[in-house]
Design a binder for this molecule. Structure first.
Ligand code: NAG
Ligand code: NAG
Length: 366
């Protein structure tokens, strides 16, 4: 531990200046207005989807899928086995880890499970059907987010083809370019590659005009836009880089913007050592050594205590930001999901669903 800290402090910063918390990034306490729903009943709700009847769906770290309706939490299904130790690191593969989800035009819940692939869940019976469990013969280790095109094609982010989801910290440290975007047609059951060579492809959303997708390249602290249609179809561009944290899920909101949850922050002064990844960034050998020697949970000791939710525009401009300095309500944000006047906040480790009213994020000051 001490050696590790010394090793880090002996490294110099990479040249990129860390963002400064001013302007749209000015610190506020908006996220501290959050209330905790279903505390102790659910572990690690990460991502949300809206159902046709006003329900909201989410998945937890033990492989369970849940419905939230009229203030009640009910079990819908599981993506893997039922075992008392589901929710542990050891059994994550077997129990499943539901990530991105969305209700399709037939009213079925399409769920991306990190390991099990793309699943279709009948919401009335809870029956789970596997639609795709491999790509080109390789099983999945770390699928992440998804969205559905108007023609029914499912777009999926795959964060890594080397590390499993439960080893995400190593994927972050190594800063590999092993992320991909896959497409899957549930009718023909054909899958194809949309983009590869991405840094930890995490959050994924269609743009408001549906002509492109935005992908969070988490370990690079940036968001990339990939054009799907028009004269630029197939092209990609960095939409925004040097974010004040490592972006997790991206969701469209009712103001024509996008909520971007930050899995950990990096800004001027966020840590006495500077951002961990920015420190080790230029030293691939150091990264490989760290990956071999340091038990993964120790990395969390270095996470600065400050949660940030960003709101960005279609052109990648940071419109506003919502903070919890000190991380008194939650350590970080995986996703902010708007459902009418309600904002549901998820994180893959917390034992509750965060809830805010939309107007609480619109108030100036405080
Ligand atoms: C599929 O697998 C084959 C054989 O391993 C490989 O040559 C090809 O590049 C792969 N295709 C994609 C899209 O990954
Ligand atoms: C749906 O749209 C995508 C993206 O434009 C395209 O690649 C795919 O072939 C379309 N699928 C069908 C069934 O038309």
């Amino acid at each position: 531990m001490v050696t590790f800290a010394l090793l880090l402090s002996s490294l110099t910063r990479i040249s990129q200046h860390l963002p400064v918390l001013e302007g749209a990034l000015t610190v506020n306490r908006h996220l501290q207005k959050m209330t905790k729903l279903f505390e102790g009943e659910i572990l690690g709700p990460e991502s949300f989807a809206a159902g046709p009847d006003g329900s909201v769906y989410t998945g937890s770290a033990d492989g369970r899928l849940w419905r939230i309706k009229d203030g009640q939490l009910t079990l819908v299904a599981r993506t893997g086995i039922d075992h008392p130790e589901c929710g542990s690191y050891a059994l994550e593969r077997e129990c499943g880890r539901p990530k991105g989800m969305k209700v399709d035009s037939h009213g079925d819940l399409i769920v991306v499970d990190a390991y099990k692939g793309v699943l279709r869940v009948k919401l009335d019976t809870g029956r789970v059907e596997t639609l795709m469990n491999n790509f080109n013969g390789s099983r999945f280790l770390f699928l992440n987010a998804m969205d559905i095109l108007p023609n029914g094609t499912v777009l999926i982010s795959e964060s890594s083809t080397k590390w499993e989801r439960r080893d995400y910290r190593y994927e972050v440290i190594e800063t590999n370019k092993l992320g991909r975007i896959l497409a899957f047609d549930p009718v023909t059951r054909k899958a194809w590659l949309v983009a590869d060579g991405l840094y930890l492809a995490n959050g994924l959303t269609l743009t408001h005009d549906q002509s492109a997708i935005l992908v969070a390249e988490m370990s690079m602290a940036r968001i990339t836009k990939i054009h799907l249609s028009g004269s630029r179809a197939g092209q990609r561009e960095v939409l925004v880089s040097n974010l004040p944290g490592y972006p997790d899920n991206i969701k469209r909101n009712s103001r024509g913007h996008y909520y971007v949850g930050l899995g950990s922050v990096r800004f001027e002064g966020s840590s006495p050592l500077g951002s961990f990844l920015d420190l080790v960034g230029p030293y691939p050998v150091v990264k490989r050594i760290i990956t071999k020697l340091i038990p993964a949970p120790l990395f969390d000791v270095f996470l600065p205590k400050h949660a940030i939710l960003l709101e960005i525009s279609d052109n990648g401009h940071i419109v506003t930001s919502h903070h919890d300095p000190g991380a008194s309500t939650l350590i970080a944000i995986s996703e902010a999901f708007q459902h009418g006047d309600n904002i549901y906040i998820g994180h893959f480790k917390v034992p509750f669903v965060g809830h805010l009213k939309d107007y609480e994020l619109q108030q100036k000051g405080s």
